[in-house]
Design a protein around this ligand. Structure first.
Ligand SMILES: [Zn+2]
Length: 333
């Protein structure tokens, strides 16, 4: 999956003048030794081998699901997920140390990965690693909330037997990996909410206001991890949840208003133009430079518009992208 989303989101933040460079940090990939504290050592070694040799013995492909189905071997198959994971790991540590109130890692959110195998184009499970780090700190409770269109099966299997961690997922009802039904509690502490296709903003916002925000508030989290996958958007090819960018940002704004240190991650998002805007827009919400409403009505600067137009997307929806994708942050029309 080679869709540019993270660097365009960061470059849009720069183009709009939202990014104070002192708050921006480049992170190196996590070493094999560090990743093996969380994932199985043999799996981590296989992932590293796959990058070095650009292949893997067939038996190891079968065992670890690397180079199989939705987990192809690509040039940076170790480095890219190891970098995203290190950013989430370091972000969690900074929250514990009080070095930051909120850390944003748009390259994170790979919520399908397992300790001993790749799954759903997730080779390393950075949200699960961040939750491990926060839980090890030993104090208080943690909320993980996932608004990606797909169920967070990897995070649920990893952590939902820990009463310290509340796991909440809102996802489309009939979508891969088809786990996370409303009555699926995982190991006991998972809360799954499914929405049918074409639900749109109204159903999402009602669910947040009436049920999910009170659920989080009752848990009194000391830390919160948000997986902000943008693939529930109505122009995303992978789901039919039909959210707008306005609706997406309003939900993020509700979650950001919860008073505790937060780690905010990316996740799914398969329309590069929409996802770049969605994730760029999270930063001015975190830094309180803009409200979701102001953001939704904001015209794109010429630089941001130009930057988006340079992206390529080999999908039928990208053949004739509407002008409005390049004129405003929010959805128009
Ligand atoms: Zn997804």
């Amino acid at each position: 999956m080679n869709i540019a989303r993270v660097w365009p989101a960061i470059d849009i933040c720069r183009a709009e003048g939202w990014l104070d460079e002192e708050t921006y940090h480049e992170i190196k990939p996590a070493s094999e030794a560090v990743l093996a504290q969380f994932h199985d050592e043999a799996y981590v070694a296989a992932l590293s081998y796959a990058q070095r040799h650009q292949t893997l013995p067939e038996a190891l492909k079968d065992q670890f699901h690397i180079g199989r189905a939705s987990n192809p071997i690509f040039k940076e198959v170790y480095e890219r997920p190891a970098t995203a994971a290190n950013a989430s790991l370091i972000g969690a540590k900074w929250l514990i140390e009080g070095r930051a109130d909120t850390v944003y890692n748009p390259s994170g959110g790979t919520h399908h990965g397992r300790k001993n195998k790749a799954n759903g184009f997730c080779f390393v499970n950075d949200p699960a690693i961040a939750l491990d780090v926060l839980a090890d700190e030993g104090q208080g409770t943690i909320t993980y909330i996932d608004i990606d269109a797909h169920h967070c099966d990897g995070v649920q299997d990893w952590h939902s037997d820990n009463p310290q961690i509340q796991i909440i997922s809102i996802h489309q009802s009939d979508l891969w990996p088809r786990t996370g039904s409303q009555d699926d509690k995982g190991g006991g502490n998972a809360h799954n909410f499914t929405l049918p296709p074409e639900s749109g903003d109204t159903a999402l916002k009602a669910l947040m206001t009436d049920i999910i925000i009170p659920l989080i508030t009752a848990h009194k989290p000391s830390y919160l991890v948000l997986q902000a996958g943008a693939d529930g958007h109505r122009h995303d090819p992978q789901s039919k949840l039909a959210y707008s960018l306005q609706g997406y940002w309003q939900v993020i704004e509700m979650i950001l208003a919860i008073d505790c240190p937060k780690l905010v991650l990316g996740g799914g998002g398969y329309n590069p133009y929409i996802t770049a805007k969605a994730w760029a827009g999270i930063w001015p919400l975190i830094t309180k430079q803009l409200s979701s409403e102001a953001l939704a009505n904001l015209p794109l600067s010429q630089a941001s518009s130009h930057l988006l137009k340079q992206l390529s997307w080999h999908h039928r929806l990208g053949r004739n992208p509407p002008d409005t994708w390049f004129s405003h942050f929010g959805d128009k029309g």
